[in-house]
Design a protein around this ligand. Structure first.
Ligand SMILES: [Zn+2]
Ligand SMILES: [Zn+2]
Length: 270
């Protein structure tokens, strides 16, 4: 299985995502606010990643959150602050609630989420906080002590945030990649298989498209009722899947109306 290594600095990668979101927000109408929020969040994550990287270089992190928490927690709060100030309404409310929590409660919450296989939707803020930590671990090859399961990220066990189709060198067929929402890793996915429940019967895996967003499609699963959005990088390699995903928010709203649930909420928490 091919796992992408983060050769670039994690801070620079967050900054690149932030700039792309800001650029897309200029032309996006319905999705402008989510894109601007994502841009602000990525910028804060970039600052956090830089501080965590410095901490790692002064004394290596272990990849065990229970041990690293005391050192990194003070560096992670800005994600919650941005969500409280600029996030979509429901998320902003959760973020304000968290801002009032005591340090020990906040730390415990992250550790519980880290070690369990809990409901992803409620854990958006924890993921947003921990992502700079995970990206630094990945950049330095420090394995996180988390559970792994089929269809999920080979590095950290996180659920796929988005999928993409990408040209392969020496091949005419496009590769299907999945992108982890927790550590930013991308990996080569099993084609024709649901990343949530591993259903592989093509009759149960419908694909939905929209004329408004020709490079995006919804890959659904009738067995578990979940879906992942796929972005076609073979047509435009400048796209950053988790950022460009936000432009077609209307497709998510449609999918929810059909009774489908996204495997992992998008970067704007929806
Ligand atoms: Zn991951
Ligand atoms: Zn499924």
């Amino acid at each position: 299985m091919a796992i992408s290594t983060a050769a670039k600095s994690p801070a620079a990668e967050f900054e690149r995502r932030s700039k792309r979101a800001e650029m897309l927000a200029r032309d996006a109408e319905a999705a402008r606010e989510p894109l601007l929020f994502a841009s602000a969040l990525c910028r804060e994550q970039s600052t956090a990643a830089l501080a965590i990287e410095e901490a790692h270089l002064s004394r290596p992190l272990t990849g065990r959150l229970a041990d690293d928490a005391v050192r990194i927690l003070p560096l992670l709060g800005s994600a919650v602050r941005v969500a409280a100030e600029r996030g979509p309404e429901e998320l902003a409310g959760q973020a304000r609630h968290r801002q009032l929590e005591e340090g020990s409660v906040a730390s415990n919450r992250l550790i519980v989420m880290w070690s369990g296989d809990s409901n992803a939707r409620e854990d958006y803020l924890s993921r947003a906080m921990l992502r700079p930590y995970l990206e630094v671990l990945r950049a330095y090859g420090v394995s996180p002590d988390r559970l792994h399961r089929p269809g999920h990220c080979p590095f950290c066990g996180g659920a796929p945030l988005v999928s993409s189709r990408k040209e392969m060198r020496d091949s005419n067929a496009a590769a299907r990649m999945l992108h982890c929402g927790f550590c930013g890793c991308e990996w080569n996915a099993v084609r024709g298989s649901c990343p949530s429940c591993t259903e592989a019967d093509p009759a149960k895996l419908p694909i939905f498209t929209s004329d408004a967003h020709p490079l995006v499609r919804i890959e659904a699963c009738e067995t578990c009722g979940r879906y992942v959005k796929s972005v076609d990088l073979t047509q435009d390699a400048r796209m950053i899947p988790e950022i460009d995903d936000l432009v077609s928010l209307s497709m998510d709203l449609w999918a929810v109306e059909q009774g489908l649930t996204r495997i992992e909420p998008g970067l704007a928490g929806m």
